[in-house]
Design a protein around this ligand. Structure first.
Ligand SMILES: Cc1cc2nc3c(=O)[nH]c(=O)nc-3n(C[C@H](O)[C@H](O)[C@H](O)COP(=O)(O)OP(=O)(O)OC[C@H]3O[C@@H](n4cnc5c(N)ncnc54)[C@H](O)[C@@H]3O)c2cc1C
Ligand code: FES
Length: 299
């Protein structure tokens, strides 16, 4: 291996979990059905948390045996005083157990983990958020924080925030009305045309560009199925747009130990000292200048 490559590897910082992460007991406050197969789980941790940056996540499980031993990762959906809310699509054993909580069910949370969205400050091209199905979860808090201004950054103007929210059908556009109440521009689309534009979020974006309803220069944020994120990365690269992806990789530990969440880096990017980044500690949000999903489904 050339000396320079060895030096880059040795001098690279080992990724570690964030210093504010901790293990917290919590109680379920409520579970509300949402869409065809989702719930909003409201929990109250034993200790109140300071404001958590949008797109950071928690590892979550019930304390009883209904949950699998390995907790599951969920983006923070909303933070309301002492309570945290998670928007959860029921997929398998872990999410079924969480959806079956009743008020008072004991839970264990590890977090907040990961990095979160970049500061969505005002000024500059509009922020266009692409949400695919349950991938909408990290955007609610993102929009709230952008409108408020966070970390001393200028608040974004409502007209600079656009959410393109897509799903296979209307019942999988979770909590759409709550997003609409945030007062930013929300455009919905469905594959089957049951609500809004017929097509996916990238086709909707193309149609808004073609009709002049959106400027060509935008900053993209995306969260959703992997194929949607791959297509978003390709689009951003082809058009030279700034773009960040929040990845929902399958995770084991969530804190950088198990090597279960590798994301290929770009050798010429800021994480290029290592062939892979850990989604749980260096993500889940990555700039497309740092990683590449291209080829994830090759063959
Ligand atoms: C950082 C991060 C944030 C997330 N935020 C949310 C969120 O806000 N809301 C939400 O509902 N989900 C979110 N997820 C996904 C969520 O963690 C998984 O759906 C959950 O772990 C499934 O657990 P389970 O035990 O119910 O399903 P399992 O029994 O583990 O799996 C059931 C089925 O789902 C598939 N599956 C499992 N995990 C994923 C995944 N990550 N992507 C695609 N398919 C998967 C499995 O392959 C299997 O086919 C997030 C994931 C990450 C990494
Ligand atoms: S989930 Fe274990 S290292 Fe990322």
């Amino acid at each position: 291996m050339p000396d320079r490559a060895v030096h880059r590897i040795l001098s690279a910082r080992m990724p570690a979990p964030p210093p504010d992460a901790r293990s917290l007991g919590a109680r379920a406050v409520s579970v509300t059905a949402c869409g065809d197969d989702g719930v909003i789980l409201r929990v109250r941790p034993e200790t109140g948390l300071p404001p958590v940056r949008a797109a950071r996540f928690f590892m979550l499980r019930r304390e009883d045996r209904l949950s699998p031993a390995i907790p599951r990762p969920f983006s923070l959906y909303r933070q309301d005083g002492p309570d945290l809310e998670f928007l959860i699509k029921v997929m398998g054993q872990g999410t079924r157990a969480l959806a079956a909580c009743t008020p008072g069910t004991a839970l264990r949370l590890v977090g907040p983990l990961g990095n979160g969205w970049p500061a969505l400050e005002g000024g500059g091209p509009p922020w266009v958020m692409l949400a695919g199905g349950i991938g909408s979860a990290p955007f609610y808090l993102g929009i709230e924080q952008a409108l408020r201004g966070m970390d001393g950054r200028a608040p974004a103007r409502r007209e600079d925030l656009v959410l393109l929210y897509g799903a296979a059908r209307r019942g999988l556009l979770y909590d759409l009305a709550a997003f609409q109440r945030l007062g930013v521009r929300v455009e919905a689309c469905t594959d089957d045309g049951s609500l809004g534009f017929r097509g996916n979020v990238l086709q909707l974006l193309a149609s808004l560009w073609d009709s002049g309803a959106l400027p060509r220069e935008v900053r993209l944020l995306a969260c959703g199925p992997e194929r949607m994120l791959e297509a978003t990365e390709a689009l951003a690269r082809a058009r030279g747009l700034d773009c960040w992806l929040s990845l929902e990789s399958v995770m084991g530990c969530g804190v950088g130990i198990c090597n279960g969440c590798p994301v290929p880096t770009r050798p010429d990017g800021p994480l290029g000292a290592w062939p892979n980044a850990k989604c749980c500690v260096e993500g889940p949000v990555f700039a497309t200048s740092a990683i590449t999903l291209a080829g994830a489904h090759a063959g």
